[in-house]
Design a protein around this ligand. Structure first.
Ligand code: 3PG
Length: 321
């Protein structure tokens, strides 16, 4: 997948922005980053779009910047010259799509029928915007329409919010969701950047779905491990599940036969997406222990430890079931 699409996939959310005053562009970009979303699609729905892209590109270069509602090749050129790294359009315009391909810039045109999708495939696209997602039939429709196609991903946009994003993003053919809910034109015009940051945080935490998965107890040896597991089983009726290096007492308690990490034990934090959670936490300064990484059959990370301990506990991320 194109590096820009990989970055979009890591973040999982594309704020769709309508900006009336380019002077608000850089503070807006900083508000999105502060809320954990280092990505923005500035739409050509206002005359200020090009200037807004240019200002964000100059003043907040760390944001992944795209141009949206690109309806003509001329708008695409202006967006690219101003610093956009990806282009989005509401529908499938073959001229605009081909032009962006020639320019080497990723474009995700709006598609919502098999015919649209096959046009995109014909031109070699890897991902399309699915628009308008909720109104066109939501996730069930996407699943049905995506079923025949194995090599195209979707960015549902339209009617997505902080709550329904979770069901979309947990479908593996969805790389990200777009939407205007966290940075609406009214909030931008009113300069309510703290509110935008708070809405971004709500969205990103819902998307990542952090929660306690299980706690790990360090036992001294195999005998001690069995004794602890049996005690939980006797008292609470928990089923023991023996693994190679530990016994799980129910899904919530792991007794580890011997451990070199975690003074007091370990805490597993579940997330809807370990790779997105890693990208988010790395932006917050968290470092991961690359050695103990577990992956599934497709190479997706399913468990990874932090380098730091918190309160004497080793912390690791695990994939929510
Ligand atoms: C778009 O331009 O992509 C949509 O208008 C965004 O849809 P939303 O406003 O429902 O989030």
């Amino acid at each position: 997948m194109h590096a820009v699409l990989e970055e979009i996939k890591k973040t999982g959310i594309i704020p769709v922005i309508k900006i009336d005053d380019a002077a608000k562009a850089a503070p807006l970009a900083r508000a999105l980053i502060a809320g954990g979303i280092p990505c923005a699609e500035i739409t050509f729905r206002t005359a200020q779009a090009e200037e807004a892209i240019s200002r964000i590109h100059g003043e907040v270069p760390e944001i992944l910047l795209g141009a949206g509602t690109v309806l003509t090749t001329e708008q695409a050129d202006r967006a690219i010259a101003a610093g956009a790294k990806f282009v989005v359009s509401p529908g499938f315009n073959p001229r605009v799509v081909s032009h962006c391909i020639e320019k080497g810039i990723p474009i995700t045109p709006g598609c919502c029928t098999p015919t649209d999708i096959e046009r995109a495939l014909e031109l070699g696209l890897e991902a399309v915007k699915f628009f308008p997602a909720e109104q066109a039939g939501g996730l069930e429709y996407i699943k049905a329409v995506a079923a025949p196609y194995t090599n195209i991903s979707f960015i549902p946009t339209g009617g997505i919010n902080a709550h329904n994003i979770v069901k979309y993003i947990t479908f593996d053919k969805v790389i990200a969701c777009g939407g205007s809910w966290m940075a609406g034109a009214d909030l931008i015009n009113a300069g309510e950047f703290d509110k935008i940051t708070a809405l971004c945080r709500e969205a990103i935490f819902n998307l990542l779905g952090f929660g306690l998965a299980h706690v790990g107890i360090n036992a001294e040896n195999e005998k001690a491990t069995v004794k602890i597991a049996d005690r939980f089983s006797a008292l609470f009726g928990f089923q023991n599940k023996a693994g190679v290096s530990s016994i799980f007492s129910s899904d919530c308690i792991e007794i580890i036969k011997s451990s070199s990490i975690g003074k007091n034990g370990r805490i597993a934090i579940g997330t809807n997406s370990v790779f997105r959670a890693m990208a988010y936490l790395e932006r917050q300064g968290v470092e991961f222990n690359k050695e103990g990484v577990k992956t599934d059959a497709n190479g997706n990370v399913t468990s990874v430890f932090f380098r730091e301990e918190i309160g004497g506990f080793a912390i690791h991320l695990v994939q929510n079931k």
